[in-house]
Design a protein around this ligand. Structure first.
Ligand code: SAM
Length: 330
């Protein structure tokens, strides 16, 4: 095990790197991408796999041991499977996980499992096929559901399903979505909507997770599940006798910055200390101008030191987050 050299000014140890491998996505979720003119990076501006692998090796030498691959949609990028395998083979990496919308994942599930991925996060905000098409721009619900079931068969566990909770958009489904955990081994995770970039929404659909919880548990049956490291920022509960669990991720109503152990590497090659702050360090520029591993490691350490104590989303005077979620990776 490597000593962790990525400690920030607030004594948080950063061991978790989330990597957006592309800003491209096959879906156009209304809360994630703009109405028109989705800004996309030129191919030459996206980090090459070998550049990412070099940065990960440096990160590992500083104490990073957990990687999440995200996007955009990671599966739209060619060559993802060999890359996943190479990541997994880096000595010192304890876990590689993937976040996907699951439309394209079907043919790759076995390869992912064989490459050592055990945990998948799948994004799904509705159980209604028509609404899925409206929210994402694609009639893909049946495909996603089929792939979720296949992932269960193949033993991906826990299978986390991310649901962005949105007032007036999918709030009439919270109970039905939560009830899935009675019969399926899912961890359904309700995530509070975060205002970022320039999405196609005409109002802020924020609903606090306290309200979501009241809606799905009017009888007060949910039982807390003891915290495990893999829960990350989720507070987790279970209905009595259920095989699955329900998690609440509440960045706006109960921010969890004090426990944040993450750094992000964006598709454009920026080290981003906090999802909800636009401060980024241009490690791609440094690398492409000949920096050696020590100089790149120093930039990792600078990124860690510049991690804000808390994000300011929700403060009346807090800055808005300009960056698009699809280029950072959620
Ligand atoms: N394409 C992949 C997917 O759909 O899971 C990975 C990228 S997506 C940006 C990662 C996660 O961010 C998804 O679970 C998505 O629902 C979430 N997300 C995107 N925009 C969000 C927002 N404004 N507020 C909260 N979550 C958001």
């Amino acid at each position: 095990m490597t000593a962790n050299l990525l400690e920030d000014h607030h004594r948080r140890i950063l061991n978790y790197l989330r990597i957006s491998v592309t800003d491209r996505c096959n879906l156009r979720c209304i809360y994630c991408v703009p109405r028109e003119n989705v800004p996309l990076l030129a191919h030459t501006d996206i980090l090459r796999y070998e550049e990412i692998l070099r940065l990960v090796r440096i990160g590992v030498s500083l104490g990073i041991d957990k990687i999440r691959i995200t996007g955009g949609e990671p599966l739209v990028r060619k060559g993802l499977m060999p890359f996943v395998q190479q990541l997994h083979d880096i000595a010192g990496i304890e876990e590689v996980t993937l976040t996907t919308n699951a439309v394209l994942v079907g043919p790759y599930l076995k390869d992912l499992r064989d490459a050592g991925i055990r945990r998948l996060n799948i994004s799904l905000d509705t159980l209604n096929r028509k609404r899925f098409a409206h929210l994402t721009g694609q009639d893909g619900f049946n495909q996603v559901w089929h792939n979720i079931m296949r992932a269960v068969e193949l033993g991906f566990a826990p299978l986390k399903i991310n649901v962005v909770a949105m007032q007036g958009i999918n709030d009439d489904e919270f109970e039905a979505i939560a009830d899935l955990t009675c019969k399926q081994p899912f961890q359904i995770r309700f995530i509070e909507y975060m205002p970022m970039g320039n999405p196609r929404l005409d109002h802020d659909p924020f609903i606090s997770n306290d309200d979501v919880r009241r809606r799905i548990d009017c009888q007060g049956l949910l039982e807390p599940v003891a915290r495990r490291p893999q829960d990350g920022p989720a507070e987790t509960f279970r209905f009595p006798g259920a095989i699955g669990e329900i998690g609440f991720i509440s960045p706006r109503s109960h921010h969890f910055c004090g426990q944040c152990n993450r750094l992000r590497l964006t598709a454009s090659g920026m080290l981003r200390p906090c999802l909800l702050s636009d401060r980024e360090l241009d490690i791609k520029h440094l690398m492409r101008h000949g920096a050696d591993d020590h100089e790149l490691a120093a930039m990792f350490a600078r990124a860690a030191r510049s991690k804000p104590l808390t994000h300011r989303l929700g403060d009346a005077c807090g800055p808005a987050v300009d960056s698009q979620m699809n280029s950072i990776g959620g």
